[in-house]
Design a protein around this ligand. Structure first.
Ligand code: FAD
Ligand code: SF4
Ligand code: SF4
Length: 479
């Protein structure tokens, strides 16, 4: 092992080739190339094969990172793929969009002074190679089971659960109100982070595995949850969180002030070749405009970088805390800055000015005061520090809350927490309704794709345990 591994001393960290900002500003293609085989092997060989791998501990899926790095270093890519796909349904997606700096790579313990192993890029390389080599195959259950499971929501949580349940032989139908499979993977996250073909080939694989999809079907409108419970032996709710947090400020209702997800969805739809009237009329298109994005999370980063690519005149990101205290990935901020985005730190909007439509954001400078109960410094306005920032398009990216799910699903008995997320028993992942389980953002609140995959896999296990126990007690009762 020692011969091939532990190369971090002599081999510097190298990410795959990144396209120059001047080029990528003009298109929506992903910004990183794929490693060449030798480069992947070389980078994987930097791993020191820790006895207690903190990278693995801090990966929500507890991926067996050191082992697949070693196999990659040895050129045994088919085995690396087997291992990596055993714990993750979408390794090439997580490899592209996990905030690795906060998860696996951020916890890599390579000696101080050396940079972490590029775990995400190697993970992406392994599975993209598996796709091109034809190693990624539809699920073929060893035995078919008669029980049906209905999954509400075709985002990463619902899809991971669907695949795991098919693997065990259950009959699975996934319902989604959208016309495409993928949830935020398809309509939220922009192409330059995750090309849509990567999601669509997963959809095809699931269809080839026998998962049925009912698209354009909104549960609560086209079918009730009660009907799904009649139709299926178990139901999983994985509907995500979509209620955009709003800003309370004068003028916030002016035309030209748009929720971030409406803007990103329109851009993704246009990229997929759909006719989007608001995009064509210019309402949701940043071309030639002064764009101001309000917020400091991943959604805000996606908005600023989309606006650059649409040909905005200027793009500013307003955030009330500083760079060190923003929730978005630092890697994304760096990409955005390279692409020409201006970050206006420690600044908050106070009012939106304009006659028929927004023309300026009246903003105020912020000072970070004493920490609050959560330990974060409280933003405090600095008196008389107003500035008016020119804006033709303002995008509100302040995060998401759950919709009123008992109302939208027409199931008033469904239990929710004080935050509106679904209340589950974490051991069984079941809601208060018998046979109704829940997973993903609708349980955790807005989180990450990798957590949605983890929850979907866990939910599939719990559904299997519950259905097995139910079948066993029915058999005993029948004796
Ligand atoms: P979703 O992906 O939201 O899927 C839920 C699905 O349920 C949707 O398809 C929806 O149409 C469907 N649905 C909802 N209600 C109904 C109903 N009543 N009937 C039928 N179907 C219904 N995470 C990362 O890890 N990395 C990133 O870079 C990243 N970037 C992001 C960028 C943006 C703009 C946003 C908004 C989020 C981002 N996230 C990122 C977070 C990540 O996308 C989510 O945490 C993840 O998608 C949650 O998965 P989910 O399956 O729970 O829900
Ligand atoms: Fe890292 Fe995400 Fe892959 Fe886990 S799934 S190893 S956190 S990139
Ligand atoms: Fe390898 Fe870093 Fe993980 Fe240790 S923490 S096993 S060096 S990737």
């Amino acid at each position: 092992m020692a011969e091939r591994m532990l190369k971090f001393v002599g081999t510097a960290q190298a990410l795959p080739e990144k396209r120059p900002a001047a080029e990528r500003r003009h298109d929506f293609q992903e910004i990183y190339a794929l490693y060449a085989r030798e480069q992947a092997s070389e980078q994987a060989s930097r791993c020191s094969q820790c006895g207690v791998p903190f990278c693995q501990v801090h990966c929500p899926l507890h991926n067996n990172i050191p082992d697949w790095l070693k196999l990659t270093a040895e050129g045994r890519l088919d085995e690396a793929y087997e291992l990596s796909s055993a714990t993750n349904n979408f390794p090439e997606i997580c490899g592209r969009i996990c905030p690795q700096d906060r998860l696996c790579e951020g916890n890599c313990v390579i000696e101080k002074g050396f940079e972490s192993v590029t775990i995400g890029s190697v993970e992406k390389f392994i599975t993209d190679t598996a796709w091109t080599q034809g190693w990624v195959k539809p699920v073929q259950p060893r035995r078919e089971r008669p029980q049906h499971v209905g999954v509400v929501g075709a985002g990463p949580a619902g899809l991971a659960a669907a695949e795991q349940l098919r693997r065990k032989g259950y009959q699975v139908t996934v319902y989604d109100r959208y016309d495409r499979v993928g949830g935020l993977l398809i309509y939220g996250i922009p192409n330059f982070k995750l090309e849509k073909e990567v999601v669509q080939r997963r959809e095809k694989l699931l269809r080839d595995s026998g998962v049925a999809f009912r698209l354009n079907c909104e549960v609560g409108r086209d079918v009730t949850l009660a009907e799904l419970r009649q139709r299926h032996d178990a139901v999983l709710i994985a509907t995500g969180v979509y209620k955009a947090r709003d800003i309370q400020a004068p003028g916030v209702g002016l035309p030209g002030i748009i929720p971030a997800l409406d803007y990103l969805t329109a851009s993704n739809r246009a990229g997929l070749g759909d006719k989007v009237p608001e995009f064509e009329s210019g309402t949701l298109d940043a071309e030639g405009k002064n764009v101001v994005v309000i917020g400091g999370g991943d959604t805000a980063m996606d908005c600023v970088r989309t606006a650059v690519r649409q040909g905005a005149k200027s793009v500013k990101c307003l955030y009330r805390r500083d760079r060190a205290n923003m929730p978005g990935s630092q890697r994304e901020v760096k990409h955005a800055e390279e692409e020409g985005v201006e970050f206006v730190w420690l600044t908050a909007p106070q009012a939106f000015l304009g006659k028929d439509k927004v023309s300026h954001v009246r903003s105020i400078r912020i000072h970070l005061g004493m920490p609050d109960a959560s330990g974060r410094q409280t933003p405090q306005e600095i008196p008389n520090s107003h500035v008016n920032i020119e804006a033709d398009l303002v995008l509100k990216a302040l995060g998401f809350d759950p919709e009123d799910l008992p109302a939208t699903l027409q199931e008033p008995e469904l239990g929710v927490t004080g935050w509106g997320t679904l209340k589950i028993d974490w051991r069984s992942m079941m809601t208060n309704l018998d046979g109704v389980f829940a997973a993903g953002d609708i349980v955790r609140g807005a989180a990450l794709v990798v957590w949605a995959v983890r929850d979907g896999r866990d939910a599939a296990e719990r559904i299997h345990a519950w259905l097995t126990a139910k079948a066993a007690s029915a058999a005993v009762a029948a004796e």
